[in-house]
Design a protein around this ligand. Sequence first.
Ligand code: COA
Ligand code: AMP
Length: 628
Amino acid sequence: MGYYKNIYKSWKNDHLKFWGKQAKAIAWGKKPKKILDDSNSPFYKWFPDGTLNTCYNAIDRHVLSGRGEQDAIIYDSPVTNTKKRITYSQLQYQVSQFAGALTKLGVIKGDRVIIYMPMIPEALVAMLACARIGAVHSVVFGGFASNELAVRIDDCKPKVIVSASCGHEPNRIIEYKPLLDKAIQIAKHQVKKCIIFQRGSLYAQLNSSQDLDWSEFIKDAFLAKPIEVDANDPLYILYTSGTTGKPKGVVRDNGGHAVSLKWSMNNIYDVQPGDVYWAASDIGWVVGHSYIVYAPLFHGCTTILFEGKPIGTPNAGTFWRIISEYKVKVLFTAPTALRAVKRDDPKGDFIKNFDITSLKSLFLAGERADPDTVLWLENKLKVPIIDHWWQTETGWPIAANPLGIEALPIKTGSPTLAMPGYDVQILSEEGIEVPRGTLGAISIKLPLPPGSLPTLWSADDRYIESYLSKFKNYYETGDAGYQDEDDYLYIMSRTDDVINVAGHRLSTGAMEETLSNHIDVAECAVVGVYDNLKGEVPLGLICLNNGCNKTHEVVCKEVVDLVRNEIGPVAAFKSVAVVSSLPKTRSGKILRATIRKIANKVDWEMPATVDNPLVFEEIKKALKPLGY
Ligand code: COA
Ligand code: AMP
């Protein structure tokens, strides 16, 4: 453990020297002389006097250094039967052209651009084009419905939205245009233009006053050069779920982001320029931002853009086919994806059909890596299976097994140790560090490292209130867990209303707000319950208003449809039961933790403060038909 320990210690002894050294790996316009400005804490600024361009670091510098003919992106789409390779030179051309067209439309540095697109190369082109001209992109996951898109439009007030005619799910085509139009109609903010990429599989009817066809839009556009921005200028906003229905707009800067992601590629993932790196996620999530788009490109790797699912497109061998076909060195995905593969192919027969010897490691994140799946993978793949832990807010791993520094002993169930940059401590309710082995709130001593969120978009107060107010001088991760005697971390649960459904971070609070909007719902509670494929799924309990004359079945179907239409299918909200009242403390707090335990069939005790103990019997009865 010597190498890791030394590096972690060198960071702890002098974090400015550490990050100053790592910053040298980035191409700056103006090299930062100052490493950290902490004069306005807790709003820290990394590399405050540096300037750079993120797109230049992701593309141009590699073309200049002779990687022009190397594949930057390999697009593999089993759902449309398409495979395509885009070299760094081609990507430079496409991105410069789209950036030129955006500029012609009036998009300038600091303007926001929402990108609501499926997993196609044009989505990456749009992201990188924004970075090239200093515009701030905000990618919205395709599985969110119009309402969620509208909330994001009103929060970040984009000048332009870039979208596509459709997305492909295995069982259906998702028409994006009606969803987009509805969102624009709901939103108060007025968008100047929408640019629509027409896919061969579906042609969207454009509205001549609002929409521009992508191919027309880029015709005759000049090739925009990368502009220099301040290290602390925002690169993107990515909305993520919190406790309430209003998503948090996590801001990412340019400088710290580039430095931290570049560092992570060598040191955590052990990949070198030229290697093929594959994050099987979606660009709508942070994993997609960091490890489909930016980090592999900063590092001169080839990134795989996969439009499909781990199973059913066409089968549980797809991941192994891709690894073998493109010689993938590192795969990064969510445990749920591999649980699905394991369920469909328990003996791993598909693996035998492919030469996957290029694969050197598999990284998992997004939810707890369950030991069953990890052991199965170890057995079948014979490469290190690395659990690592991070969040949208941090943008890169807080805890990992840094294979590029040293392969540390693996302890199944733990994402291993804190990475340099993160002073992780487990705190009690009172903010005091707890002894090893004791469960507590996982917290990070300020300042957070480069790449982590500097604030929330237009919401400095909410940033402080959500993350920094509970423990003075610490960032509260929202995760509960413990550290063992070797400092290994164990991430056990969330301390808030966030649940992880198939690796997707969702808010039960947001679902409750949606249910409450149903005319017949008087009260409700949504909790995350155990699911052997998706990790967790939401379960709702509703109480009906007096005078509701619909059957329970009808109301349940209506509220399921409501969540699907308002939040999106990705919420996977399918189970709901009607009860006459909800269990509450005498002060009126709904006892969600107990509901969760009942549904999960784990031991539970009658809370001493409950106002009506009989309600639990009714809940048990109501959950039975749902399989709980
Ligand atoms: N656009 C529109 N709809 C989408 C969508 C998108 N981009 N992504 C998902 N959906 C829909 C699905 O079609 C599905 O709809 P349905 O209820 O009509 O079937 C619903 O949202 C839930 O989708 P999903 O979570 O993908 O569940 P699934 O049952 O279709 O597949 C898994 C299960 C495990 C295979 C899948 O969830 C998976 O691959 N997960 C990995 C997720 C991941 O990579 N997360 C990133 C973190 S690293
Ligand atoms: P997201 O912001 O979508 O990346 O979700 C972050 C949350 O996912 C974390 O706060 C954890 O609750 C959970 N998570 C991510 N990685 C892991 C992991 N390796 N083990 C356990 N939980 C994880």
